[in-house]
Write a protein that binds this ligand. Structure first.
Ligand code: NAI
Ligand code: MG
Length: 388
């Protein structure tokens, strides 16, 4: 008997619901067509708009469901604004909705933020002379500690001597679990770095200056003894961004503390073609949440033009994670079919949302969110039919 996976769906704000709808439709198709793969979707409201209406960021039962019921979570984006440039804030000044993302990362211990940086054929990259064959690596960002620990204080507000301090805890345990996650991923990625096929794992830090990074690097070096087939590699974060632009093909898996990981993964998104195609996973030992890495893009909300590719690829990562966790070949198989369909649609290039109409595609008429989702689903259906 196939087991039913409970998928918690959190569309959120702005373009979140628009792109998540397309992703869920894709997942419904593979779930319906592949025998022994059964996904059940449980949708809950959340975000800044919901906060405006209710005074809470998400219903209490959604939080309980995430902790106790969900096999995996698919999130759109959170963050709404009352007027352009005026975000909805909680009483404590924090962005309303942010707790859904940050709280889950913390409470479910989703310590590895996994960010594949892959340039698909047909997607324009701002890097001159780089091809899809050159850009294919994964950034692993530590997701629970570091500068985003939330520990800090402002002293003497609005006084001339005002001072703000953010505390940056980096623990041996926190560093070790994410570094080992990156090590296991490097082991699994048989093809290695595009440049030379090496199973390279790069530790990105600032250990020439900061104590937390010295600990991070030390734990990296110690952990690598258990991964003899992996080539350990080191870069200071400032140098890494330069090398990433010059020769992204050198990288295979990259691991970094929280803040650096946040910054370098946006560079990654840019070189892989932008927010419309960049997906990520927040992964722990017992829970995982997948999302397009973009936000709610209020400017584009309701205009039916957001690119659903990132959300669809987030769904693909969700299936991959379920597949590995439960040794479920059907889930893995479905993930492959989805990625192949995305690749085909992007490569053919006839259907492309506005964000991909750049460079040599700038004269093309942009497709809608729905058209893009439909094109991807059509290829999936064709593949499923051929294989049945
Ligand atoms: P954003 O990612 O929402 O949008 C920035 C720009 O990227 C957009 O103006 C658009 O040009 C492009 N873009 C984003 N997604 C796209 C898509 N699917 N297709 C085509 N183009 C796309 O970032 P922004 O404007 O800084 O933040 C807007 C709101 O989202 C804020 O409230 C912010 O706090 C929130 N946010 C939420 C995140 C989350 O839920 N994980 C992550 C980042 C921001
Ligand atoms: Mg970011």
């Amino acid at each position: 008997m196939a087991r039913t996976y409970k998928i918690q769906v959190l569309p959120g704000d702005g373009i979140g619901p628009e792109v998540i709808q397309e992703a869920v439709k894709v997942l419904e198709i593979v779930s319906g067509a592949i025998q022994r793969l059964d996904l059940a979707f449980h949708e809950f409201p959340c975000g800044g708009k919901y906060y405006l209406e209710t005074g809470v960021e998400w219903p209490g039962e959604a939080e309980v469901f995430a902790q106790q019921e969900a096999d995996a979570i698919l999130l759109g984006a959170v963050g709404w604004e009352i007027a352009p440039g005026q975000p909805v804030r909680r009483k404590d000044g924090q962005l309303a909705g942010a707790e859904v993302v940050l709280g889950q990362r913390r409470d479910l211990e989703l310590y590895a933020n996994v960010r594949p940086v892959k340039l698909y054929p047909g997607v324009p990259t701002p890097l001159a002379d780089k091809q899809p064959a050159d850009i294919d690596f994964v950034i692993i960002r530590e997701n629970t500690e570091g500068l985003y620990s939330g520990i800090g204080k402002r002293y003497g507000e609005n006084e001339p001597g005002e001072l703000a301090i953010d505390v940056r805890p980096i623990s041996r345990m926190g560093a070790e679990r994410v570094i080992r996650y990156a090590g296991r991923l490097a082991q699994k990625r048989g093809k290695g770095a595009p440049k030379d096929g090496k199973q390279r794992l790069t530790c990105v830090d600032k250990s020439n200056v900061l104590l937390g990074d010295q600990l991070f690097r030390q734990v990296f070096e110690e952990s690598m003894h258990d991964f003899p087939e992996i080539e350990p590699d080191f870069a200071y974060v400032d140098a890494w961004v330069m090398w990433c632009v010059r020769q992204p093909e050198y990288y295979n898996v990259v691991v970094a503390p929280n803040l650096y990981g946040d910054i370098i993964s946006d560079l990654g998104a840019a070189i892989q073609g932008g927010m419309g195609v960049a997906a990520g996973g927040n992964i722990g030992d017992n829970h995982a949440m997948f999302e397009p890495i973009h936000g709610s893009a209020p400017r584009h909300a309701g205009k039916r033009r957001a690119n659903p590719t990132a959300a669809i690829l987030a769904g693909k990562m969700l299936l991959e994670w379920l597949g590995e966790r439960h040794n479920d070949h059907q889930a893995m198989n479905a993930a492959t079919i989805i990625e192949e369909a995305v690749t085909t649609v992007l490569k053919e290039g006839k259907v492309r949302t506005y964000d991909l109409c750049k460079g040599s595609y700038s004269s093309q008429k942009p497709s809608t969110t729905k058209q893009m989702g439909t094109a991807i689903r059509k290829i999936i259906q064709k593949t499923l039919k051929e294989r049945s």
